[in-house]
Design a protein around this ligand. Structure first.
Ligand code: DX5
Ligand code: ZN
Length: 216
């Protein structure tokens, strides 16, 4: 399908929002026309940063009707899938490098009634995902080293999107350094979901930022 026909989902990453005004920040991007809310969960082990957990996701669930796209950057995510689903996650993405039983974790996510996603660090090759492609709804391609917002987009990752597009009919999401100056190349490569933290919450006019991203 050409990029003109494909629906592009815009997913603001709340990592760059003002956590003291989180409800207002989320309502602002919802009004601004975004499609899902991206929530970054970090455990201080899989990545060298700590963010939020189920209580905050429960609170977010109460302030928006949009799907919550929860990106688990945590070791052995299988231990917590029930809890993240109960808290209100609609899409749950785990890292292929973080789980010792990827098949079981993906099955569990689907059994819980969520969309199952699989993500990979920049150094992990797309071929690592091959065995799982029929068992997932979404692939989240990292275009920065996971752990922090505001890093520079890695252009070398665009080839991964192109390679995957040929063999995966589900949603391809891209996360890291997505903003007005980098979005065109990833849309042309075939992505469906644009995750953007700084590229949306770092802008004064969030509606305009969302609109521009969607247009590529
Ligand atoms: C990084 C996170 C991203 C992050 C992106 O580990 O997965 O979702 O918020 O931030 P930006 O868009 O600022 O690169
Ligand atoms: Zn993320």
């Amino acid at each position: 399908m050409t990029s003109a026909k494909r629906k592009i989902f815009v997913a603001p990453s709340i990592l760059s929002a003002d956590f003291g005004r989180l409800a207002e920040e989320i309502q602002e991007v919802e009004k601004g026309g975004c499609d899902v809310i991206h929530v970054d969960v970090m455990d201080g082990h899989f990545v060298p940063n700590l963010t939020i957990g189920p209580p905050v996701i429960r609170a977010i669930r109460r302030v928006t009707k949009l799907p919550l796209d929860v990106h688990l950057m945590i070791e052995q995510p299988g231990r917590y899938l029930d809890e993240y689903r109960k808290a209100g996650s609609d899409w749950i993405t785990i890292h292929v490098e973080a789980s010792s039983d990827v098949d079981a974790d993906l099955k569990k996510i689907r059994d819980l009634g969520a969309k199952a996603g699989l993500s990979l660090r920049p150094k992990t090759s797309v071929s690592t995902l091959k065995a799982y492609l029929s068992k997932i709804d979404l692939v989240l391609i990292m275009t920065v080293e996971p752990g922090f917002g505001g890093q520079a987009f890695m252009p070398d990752m665009v080839q991964k999107i192109k390679d995957l597009r040929g063999e995966f009919p589900g949603l391809i999401s891209v996360d890291g350094g997505i903003a007005a100056d980098t979005v065109k190349t990833v849309i042309e490569a075939g992505v469906d979901v644009l995750v953007a933290g700084t590229g949306i919450f770092g802008e004064r006019d969030r509606s305009a930022a969302i609109r521009k991203l969607r247009m590529g």
